[in-house]
Design a protein around this ligand. Structure first.
Ligand SMILES: [Fe+2]
Length: 199
């Protein structure tokens, strides 16, 4: 039998607070500011200007106490603030699982979607409230707020899958999502990279 986290977790219920969009009991809460997303937005000048102009919070991740350990199945709620950088809509850093394992997302509130990339093909799923998105093993994934209010979703993922953010810096997502006059626009690209971020 695979080793469990220490100490072992007993069965318990997790309450999803739909108004606060948090999990109870709550585990770690992660806050990502724009400066944490260096090298990801295409318009580096706009990114730098916004970082210098207050470095806003782009998203938060509220986790349950289930640890990211092999054989466990942690959950988290991510809330992405609305906005854009040079027209490119706010997103999460995005990652691929070093151990190729699947994941599910459940849209909770607001308007947004899930961009996935396997190194060749990209897929964008609109993922509003009560839609479940499936991320197959081997697909990098990033969420995007396409609306004018906060966008929240629940993620459930294998605790041993891991998070590789460097893969995204290297490979991108095959497309970017912009604010268009008639709604969000998915713009595929060859592979332009932003300038390296200043250290
Ligand atoms: Fe993931």
């Amino acid at each position: 039998m695979a080793p469990f986290a220490t100490p072992p977790i007993r069965p318990f219920a997790i309450e999803l607070d739909r108004s606060a969009l948090t999990l109870r009991p709550e585990g770690p809460v992660l806050t990502r500011r724009l400066s944490d997303l260096a090298g990801l937005f295409l318009d580096t000048a706009a990114w730098r200007a916004a970082v210098e102009d207050g470095d806003p919070v782009v998203y938060t991740v509220s986790s349950s106490p289930v640890p990211e350990s092999p054989a466990e199945l942690p959950q988290s709620i991510t809330t992405i603030r609305p906005g854009d950088v040079g027209g490119e809509l706010n997103f999460t850093k995005g990652h691929i699982h070093p151990r190729p394992e699947g994941e599910i997302y459940l849209g909770l509130d607001g308007e947004g979607g899930l961009l996935m990339f396997d190194g060749t093909d990209h897929v964008f799923l609109e993922l509003s409230r009560d839609r479940v998105g499936y991320i197959p093993p081997g697909w990098a994934h990033r969420s995007i707020n396409t609306g004018e209010a906060d966008y929240s979703f629940l993620a459930v993922y294998p605790g041993g899958a891991g998070h590789d953010y460097g893969w995204v810096l290297e490979h991108g997502f095959g497309a970017r999502v912009y604010a268009g006059s008639a709604g969000p626009e998915l713009r595929p690209f060859g592979h332009p990279r932003p300038e390296p971020a200043p250290r």
